[in-house]
Design a binder for this molecule. Structure first.
Ligand SMILES: [Zn+2]
Length: 196
């Protein structure tokens, strides 16, 4: 089932998400629905707060980036094969000199901006079977993981922009909250006026 993606301005996107246990109700169905929602919107990642749940769960699938021939064959293979479900993730370390990448977000349609992040990340998480992993990522995979991880910490990529850039996109963000935007996937807008 495709779930509506929560738009910018909804308080759920600002909560520090809570860890979950194996007993979380209907977790398998939730993960399936989130995958369907992510693929339906052509996203490379989706975090639970974006479908309205303040829990430490997010998905990443970097396969769509593998098409891009600016990457080496090795990078393309890595991107093509990177599909993960992250539960109760904690970033342990971020390293290296910050680099810019033009980010977007399913909760903030039509806004794309260069965001600076460190290139290498060490993360500990549980997979869908609650098996614990500690992995190190770099490049674009690290980038997507960092973006999704921020969601479970209540952080959005627009928070990382300069104050000038923030001012420039303020009107656009307000319009998104009000639903004054065209999107081709299901969304829920916090400030949309209810009909009748
Ligand atoms: Zn996002």
């Amino acid at each position: 089932m495709i779930l509506p993606v929560v738009a910018y301005g909804d308080p759920v996107l600002r909560k520090k998400a809570e860890p979950i246990t194996k007993d979380y109700p209907k977790l398998d169905t939730l993960i399936e629905n989130m995958k369907e929602t992510m693929y339906g919107a052509f996203g490379v990642g989706l975090a639970a707060p974006q479908i309205g749940l303040p829990i430490r769960l997010f998905l990443v699938d970097t396969e769509p980036f593998a098409e891009d021939d600016i990457y080496t064959e090795e990078e393309q293979t890595a991107l093509k094969n990177f599909q993960r479900t992250f539960i109760n993730a904690e970033i342990l370390e971020e390293e290296g000199d910050e680099w810019a990448f033009n980010e977007g977000c399913l909760s903030i349609p039509d806004v794309r901006e260069d965001v600076f992040r460190q290139p290498k990340v060490t993360i500990r998480y549980q997979d869908e079977n609650f098996k614990v992993h500690t992995e190190v990522y770099d490049g674009l995979i690290a980038r997507v993981v960092q973006h999704e991880y921020d969601h479970i910490e209540g952080i959005l990529f627009t928070d990382k922009l300069s104050s000038l850039k923030k001012r420039l996109i303020k009107g656009k963000l307000t319009n998104i909250s009000k639903g004054k935007i065209q999107v081709d996937y299901r969304m829920r807008f916090p400030l949309m006026k209810k009909k009748r």
